[in-house]
Design a protein around this ligand. Sequence first.
Ligand code: PXP
Length: 241
Amino acid sequence: MVSLGVNIDHVATIRQARRGIEPDPIAAAIIAELAGASGITAHLREDRRHISDRDIKLLKQIINTRLNLEMAATEEMKNIAIETMPYAVTLVPEKREEVTTEGGLDVIKQKDYLKAYTKELQNHGIIVSIFIDPEFDQVKAASETGAEYIELHTGQYAEAFNTAEENVAFKNLEQAATYAVELNLRVNAGHGLNYNNVKRILNIKNIEELNIGHSIISKAVLVGLDTAVRDMKNILDSFSK
Ligand code: PXP
């Protein structure tokens, strides 16, 4: 069964539109858990545009499932992770000008740096996952960093969904997942997944968890977060092979 990690950044984005106190992503995390999420994902960006330091601290104290802290591989973030002790850290690339994470981390370019970075987090008991594009070279480099997990970037597939490019994008994910497992990596996936395109992803063997944010929070605005999480969880439960 593929488990569901709910990304609550988008709740914080609405809060930050008024720089106020509502809606609170902590409340969203609790509702998501009660509706069946196996974990909560939050991305602490360097510019703090949505999730704040306060959110990360409180999430760690309050949630009963697993906190997956998404972050750039910087010194500042490493110190925050070690102080917070999330269940896992997912390393992502970060550009200030991007609207959302645009691609996977280029592990090949900074393999030695990421290897040392990963080791330090693991020495503190934090599981490390690296968000990468579904490319063999990146999968191999990720395995050489010593990270336990990769998170495969499903963005290209999501964009290609229902177009002529969908099959190629899907095959890239499928082959990258197979190769990762051969290299003893564990595999998560996410980005751009919604209630329709997620179904095909569930045919890929070896994916343990999907991290989904935007589509769930978008549906929640219209029908409520409990229903939005439960609907996604039902799809994962019924389509997982
Ligand atoms: N995984 C990673 C690494 C991400 O950066 C994001 C977006 O914050 C997600 C999953 C969730 O993507 P979406 O909000 O498009 O579902």
